[in-house]
Design a protein around this ligand. Sequence first.
Ligand code: FES
Ligand code: FES
Length: 154
Amino acid sequence: MRVEFILNGRRVAVDVEPSETLLNTLRFKLRVKSVKRGCERGECGSCTILLDGQPVTSCMLLTLQVEGREVTTVEGLEKDDLFRKLVDYFIEEGAIQCGFCTPGILLTAWAGLKQGRFKSVDDVREHVANLCRCTGYVKIINAIYKAATGVAGR
Ligand code: FES
Ligand code: FES
């Protein structure tokens, strides 16, 4: 079946199986490697994308469900000022180790920042539920809070 949607501002058309997940279409057909395959059960968040601006786990979506909709990955935010600021704080705070979780966390955080959700460190902890196997979360939370407020969350 043919599906058309907007990927990072560009219209794409791709042939998919009815049971194919968006995660697999993005990684293996459209070669978007920033979208990571982790648990494939909607739990780890490493496959997070933005669907019409909202963070969702792409392993839990069928590609057929995104017909006509807007899908954004980190590649689509490279020129966005807020996104670049967020990445700078991740680097400054040392919030990236192996990097496997990073694209999904950046997208979740960016959406929360856009919506003005982060008034406290606890807001960040609550909103960003993505799993990370390396960092212990403190640096990630600090980087996001800093992007929201300009001050570290320690
Ligand atoms: S791979 Fe999708 S939530 Fe873990
Ligand atoms: S930096 Fe390695 S999983 Fe998060």
